[in-house]
Ligand binder design. Structure first.
Ligand SMILES: Nc1nc2c(ncn2[C@@H]2O[C@H](COP(=O)(O)OP(=O)(O)OP(=O)(O)O)[C@@H](O)[C@H]2O)c(=O)[nH]1
Ligand SMILES: [Mg+2]
Ligand SMILES: [Zn+2]
Length: 290
């Protein structure tokens, strides 16, 4: 029998099949090969009574390690206006991670009842991303987001406390998932959601709620390739004075000139420089090994 892993907790996989959801363990060979089934995986299972075992993972089209989900169509990168305020480096790193995995990154600004997102959302619209500005408090634009989740596998990610679960409570009929108060003092959430889970959306798609985080790793991109994933640099990156320009500090760099003249938003370039410095530490042979 085949099914879809919709939840993974403490070594148990919950597999949705046409006959319902079954609690399964992974066969020992997974552990031996250091492989792990992921939420979003299509799997073959064998049933024994009301529970079963995962025998095989059907080939993935992609997967992320953080959040750990497979076969993702769209990654919604959720930020809040405040409590916590947007972390542009985090947003930009996630867009690059998504695009290198063949996943569409979409920007969601939540808590728009608390302030005007226009200066932020225009940065991302200008850079070519689909962007939603919503509020769980007033319900503004939640219906647009809901319509966007009608098919495929979508994933909400972003810092703890930005309102990922709150949005799902609006979008999923009858859902009452636990949400957390954000500590006023720290401006951070308390990691209310602790596991990844896929929920069925109205149109028959799936949406994954995931635990928030405060930092991300797993960058696996060469510094030479990084600019290719900043589509707002596209019109400028071949116009620089020097071949092989890193677009970080060079004289005659057309990207830097575009930042100075307001055509590229400064936070996007700052994220680029920060990611470039990190990518310098990654060597080609290290990527091949993976
Ligand atoms: N003012 C306002 N508050 C919101 C909005 N959306 C969510 N909140 C509040 O933000 C807090 C955190 O919301 P959660 O939905 O738990 O955040 P989360 O992103 O799921 O957090 P983790 O599960 O920890 O990753 C809660 O107190 C919500 O009531 C909004 O649109 N406006
Ligand atoms: Mg949550
Ligand atoms: Zn340049």
């Amino acid at each position: 029998m085949t099914g879809l892993i919709v939840k993974a907790i403490a070594g148990f996989y919950y597999v949705e099949t046409e006959n319902g959801v079954f609690e399964c363990r992974a066969r020992g060979k997974f552990r031996k090969n250091d492989e792990h089934p992921l939420v979003g995986d299509r799997v073959e299972i064998t049933l024994c009574g009301s529970s079963g075992t995962v025998d095989r993972v059907i080939e993935r089209k992609n997967c992320l390690l953080r959040p750990p989900v497979a076969n993702i169509d769209r990654l919604y990168i959720v930020s809040a206006y405040t409590l916590p305020s947007p972390d542009f480096l985090m947003i930009d790193r996630l867009t690059v991670i998504a695009e290198t995995s063949g996943i569409e990154p979409i920007i969601v600004f939540n808590k728009c009842d608390l302030g005007d997102f226009e200066p932020y959302s225009s940065v991302y619209e200008k850079a070519g991303f689909r962007t939603f500005v919503v509020s769980c408090e007033t319900g503004e634009n939640i219906d647009l987001l809901k319509a966007d989740l009608a098919d495929g596998i979508s994933v909400f990610t972003g810092n703890s406390g930005v309102g990922k679960t709150s949005i799902l409570n609006h979008i999923l009929d009858g859902a009452d998932l636990a949400t957390g108060e954000v500590s006023e003092r720290l401006g951070r959430g308390r990691h209310t959601t602790r596991h990844v889970e896929l929920f069925k959306t109205v149109g028959g798609g799936y949406i994954a709620d995931t635990p928030g985080f405060s930092s991300i790793e797993n960058d696996t991109i060469l510094k030479e390739d990084l600019a290719l994933y900043f589509s707002d640099f596209e019109d400028y990156r071949d116009e620089c004075r020097f071949v092989g320009c890193s677009h970080t500090c060079e004289k005659g760099c057309a990207v830097i000139a575009a930042v100075e003249s307001g055509k590229i938003m400064p936070t996007r370039h700052e994220s680029y420089i920060s990611m470039y410095e990190k990518a310098k530490l990654i060597k080609e042979w290290e990527l091949k090994k993976q």
